[in-house]
Design a protein around this ligand. Structure first.
Ligand code: 5AD
Ligand code: SF4
Length: 469
């Protein structure tokens, strides 16, 4: 059969599978279930929504346990720990699968782009039915069909992607907010990072596709979008008609009814004045930027191939705060990069103190085979790294508590996201700064933006009370 395009082909396979599933369900009288387990970043979270959308369209019903008819692990490989967690889960699943006839287990995501990991899984985890990568998640239905037709393990990993397939079903975890991919891949090759090898080269979606997806989301009840890319600041460079991220952001901010826009991640080397101006100008772009610094030592930044100095970074922070005094700044920091000395670490600690971050994700360097940093001899002891990590964490926690203090007593716009986990009379929401507040309220507020006064600083979050304005 000839298809007009890839989307049409996948939709027709989804339909065929859906008929097969229905026929089976009619025989057994039970609905088939699925469960998606997501590791890693926002990109993976968004990919998982797409996978869930396809599975639901086929007719599987989502369940919250891994004892499901179709289980999929969307893996991450940015640090070694992430890999180990996947192997642990697969080990546990051996028994679960034995007791669950017909169960299918699929693996996808960044870890599957590494041949060594795939080989290990094929050898040691024979309970896996389908393996695919980061570039062909749109093919899920076709891969399931192949598995059902052949009864054999299906492995389909693409080294890179030459097309972006639009308009397949996708599901949102929350009805009121969602992530939107604006680009895929990364061209930066930071020396420690595996992402460019597993996510491939940068490719931007066309602005018209992004805008129409967001318009449809808004019509469907979305009030907040998060624009996603490994380095959103280099968006649009490879398009037929180049568009800057700042231009795209302005167009997104003009969409009627869209109340909040976030984006991540921003690489400091590409953050333009134009972007700062757009952020300062639009009142629906959240006053928050995630700006990974990675290190405060110029020597280490150079070794990391980051293309900025600590002075450049501090100047950028200054510019952002001059344009938007209330902006929240968060970051990522790596401790224990090969050859990091105590002095390099002190430079990081000093930079962290100087910026006074609203929040920071701190990571211990993890060697990733295939990256340039993996070839550098490693000379820092485990104890030393742990000690640096603890000192950094103490500083970061102290600063984020101070950052919360700044907004204590003020009234802030809050998007209510969920009922409170511990107290049913409370709800939980997020400020523009991304800080969390718990306050008395009922579940009907979920998905709404309300005004809340920050009454208590509990170090990692606020307690607040709703005010009417
Ligand atoms: N080791 C430790 N942290 C890493 N990151 C990326 N690669 C590594 C690695 N090999 C961190 C960076 C990045 C974040 C997503 O993960 O800080 O910004
Ligand atoms: Fe990795 Fe650097 Fe690309 Fe971020 S910008 S994904 S840290 S290579």
């Amino acid at each position: 059969m000839e298809y007009l395009d890839e989307t049409e082909k996948q939709l027709s396979i989804i339909e065929e599978l859906s008929r097969r599933l229905k026929a089976e369900e009619e025989k057994t009288g039970v609905k088939k279930t699925f469960h998606v387990v997501t590791f890693g970043c926002q990109m993976n979270a968004r990919d998982s929504e797409k996978l869930a959308g396809i599975l639901r369209r086929i007719g599987y019903v989502e369940t919250d346990t891994e004892d499901a008819d179709f289980v999929i692990y969307n893996t991450c490989t940015v640090r070694e720990n992430a890999d180990l967690r996947v192997y642990g889960r697969l080990g546990q699943m051996k028994r679960v699968k034995e007791k669950h006839p017909g169960m299918l287990i699929a693996l996808c995501g960044c870890m599957m782009q590494e041949p060594a990991a795939v080989e290990k899984i094929r050898k040691s985890y024979r309970n896996v039915d389908i393996i695919f990568g980061t570039h062909n998640i749109f093919k899920l239905a076709q891969l399931i069909q192949e598995r059902l037709d052949t009864g054999e393990i299906v492995v389909d990993i693409w080294p890179d992607r030459d097309m972006i397939v639009e308009n397949l079903p996708s599901e949102r975890k929350y009805p009121f907010k969602c992530g939107v991919n604006i680009m895929f891949g990364c061209n930066n090759f930071c020396s420690y990072c595996i992402v460019p090898y597993v996510r491939g080269r940068e490719r931007s979606r066309r602005p018209e596709d992004i805008l129409s997806e967001i318009r449809a989301d808004v019509a469907d009840g979305v009030v907040e979008v998060m624009l996603l890319g490994q380095n959103v600041n280099s968006y649009g460079k490879n398009l037929e008609t180049p568009v800057s991220f700042a231009q795209l952001l302005r167009q997104v901010s003009e969409i009627d009814g869209l109340q909040r826009i976030r984006f991540m991640t921003s690489h400091p080397k590409d953050l333009s004045d134009e972007l700062i101006a757009v952020m300062a100008d639009a009142d629906n772009i959240c006053r928050h930027i995630h700006l990974p610094v990675q290190s405060g030592s110029n020597r280490i930044l150079k070794a990391m191939n980051r293309h900025y100095t600590r002075e450049d970074y501090l100047r950028l922070v200054d510019k952002l705060r001059t344009a938007m005094p209330d902006i929240a700044i968060t970051t990522d920091i790596i401790v224990g990069y090969p050859e990091e000395t105590e002095q390099d670490f002190q430079d990081t600690l000093d930079l962290v103190k100087e910026v006074g971050y609203d929040g920071a994700f701190t990571f211990i360097y993890s060697k990733r085979t295939g990256t340039p940093a993996a070839k550098i001899p490693y000379n820092i002891s485990k104890e030393e790294i742990k000690d640096r990590f603890d000192r950094l964490l103490a500083q970061v926690q102290c600063d984020s508590k101070k950052a919360l203090e700044k907004r204590l007593g003020t009234v802030q716009s809050v998007l209510v996201e969920s009922p409170n986990d511990h107290d049913p009379s409370m709800v939980t929401g997020r400020l523009e700064s991304n800080a969390i507040v718990h306050f008395p309220g009922s579940a009907d507020l979920i998905g709404r933006i309300v005004q809340v006064k920050m009454t208590e600083n509990r170090s990692f979050y606020y307690i607040g009370e709703r005010v009417s304005v």
